[in-house]
Design a protein around this ligand. Structure first.
Ligand code: DX5
Ligand code: ZN
Length: 240
């Protein structure tokens, strides 16, 4: 049974002068998860924010926090992100030193564990730890910045991961991150993805709800105007 498509707007593309309103707005617009990109200026060439932002935002929303750690090492910070309100913690195998141990530690904290695969990182990294995974995150751009172009070379990897996940019999979300919008999501869904991170395509849109629906592959329901009163000529009173 295929999963329903979930959309996780990435806070990185939000207006940081209005962070609370932005979070409330994407939740009201139908977002399923909130994706939080944590960057250390070392594992990736950019610096974003730390656990205190999660802690500040946690009381404002019921959306699960999908925390993408682009930091190395990740192990010393897992507990801090868990305590600050992370529901999912996603790490990169290259963050080292022992991804299997890191995923065990995330599970031991009571959080869902995810593995992120960069465009140049092979599927085998997920295969060897599949028994510990709740999420596989396919990076369809090199991590570090929002607003990059979707790499369609990653579609074959999505299809391979779909086969791997189905063969495992585990309930694992296959999430795609980078350059996702209404034009790039359909090919990912076709290849087997069921969850989308979208920064620019949601926070850069005028209408967040329409942008989220479009990524799910559904146009936003059009409001139907109320029925007008029947014209006099066809009422029974008019006929008699
Ligand atoms: C990139 C991040 C992404 C980023 C996506 O390193 O992992 O989550 O925010 O941004 P868009 O959707 O604009 O490509
Ligand atoms: Zn991300």
């Amino acid at each position: 049974m295929p999963h329903p498509v979930l959309v996780a707007p990435s806070l990185l593309a939000a207006d940081f002068t209005r962070l609370a309103q932005e979070v409330e707005a994407v939740e009201a617009a139908g977002a399923d998860w909130l994706h939080l990109d944590i960057m250390d200026g070392h594992f990736v060439p950019n610096i974003s924010f730390g656990p205190f932002i999660l802690k500040t935002l946690r009381p404002l929303t019921r959306m699960p926090f999908d925390v993408h750690l682009m930091i190395a090492p990740a192990d010393p910070y897992l507990a801090a992100f868990a305590e600050a309100g992370a529901d999912h913690i996603i790490v990169h195998p290259e963050a080292g030193p022992h991804p299997h141990r890191t995923l065990q530690a995330i599970g031991a904290l009571g959080k869902k564990a995810g593995l992120a695969l960069n465009p140049g990182t092979p599927v085998g990294h997920a295969a060897t730890v599949i028994d510990l995974l709740d999420i596989v995150l396919v990076m369809s751009v090199n991590p570090g910045f929002g607003g990059q172009k979707f790499l369609d070379t990653q579609l074959a990897k999505i299809a391979e991961l779909r086969r791997l996940i189905d063969a495992s019999g585990r309930d694992i979300r296959l999430e795609v991150d980078g350059g996702i919008d209404a034009r790039t999501a359909p090919a990912c869904i076709e290849a087997g993805a069921d969850t989308f991170v979208a920064g620019t395509a949601v926070f850069g849109a005028k209408d967040y709800a329409a942008a989220i629906s479009a990524i799910r592959g559904r146009a936003r329901p059009v409001a139907v105007p109320p029925l007008a009163a029947p014209p006099l000529a066809i009422t029974s009173a008019a006929r008699t």
